[in-house]
Design a protein around this ligand. Structure first.
Ligand code: DQA
Length: 143
């Protein structure tokens, strides 16, 4: 017998990304993440997509622990915590699901403090600078 395993993939967004659509639209665009997420699920019917957002570092770590031993993939935009969080970096090291780091903006073309990432050394890959399309490209890596 053949059971088709539908891949479970979660998008985890960090602080301030709940404001997408209203926050600095010249950098982050004018679409809400909820609307974009619905488009993504329609575009990738072969995946079961999940979404979690928190402004709280420990909640992001708890979610990584919760999904990180069973999900097929994690797409993580840790936002500002990318540049500060040893704890999130260590969490990624400690779990087994592959993590793709994404950013909406090209962090290397911005302030110097955005050039440091505690996520990148522990991520399977990094996609940044393509607007919300960065998430689409990250999902394609799981096809
Ligand atoms: C971001 C880039 C970070 O430097 C910033 O703190 C964010 C969003 C991005 O997606 O471009 O909040 O992760």
């Amino acid at each position: 017998m053949y059971f088709y395993h539908m891949k479970n993939i979660i998008i985890i967004n960090g602080p301030n990304l709940n404001l997408l659509g209203k926050r600095e639209p010249e950098i982050y665009g004018s679409q809400t993440f909820e609307a974009f997420f619905d488009e993504l699920q329609t575009a990738f019917p072969q995946f079961k997509l999940h979404y979690f957002q928190s402004n709280i570092e420990g909640e992001l770590i708890d979610k990584l622990h919760e999904v990180g031993f069973s999900y097929d993939g994690i797409i993580l935009n840790a936002a500002a915590y990318t540049h500060t969080s040893v704890g999130i970096g260590d969490a990624i090291k400690g779990i087994s699901s592959p993590v793709i780091e994404v950013h909406i903006s090209n962090t290397y073309s911005r302030e110097e403090f955005r050039h440091q990432s505690f996520i990148s050394p522990n991520a399977k890959g990094v996609i940044l600078g393509f607007g919300l399309k960065s998430y689409t490209l990250a999902l394609q890596s799981f096809l």
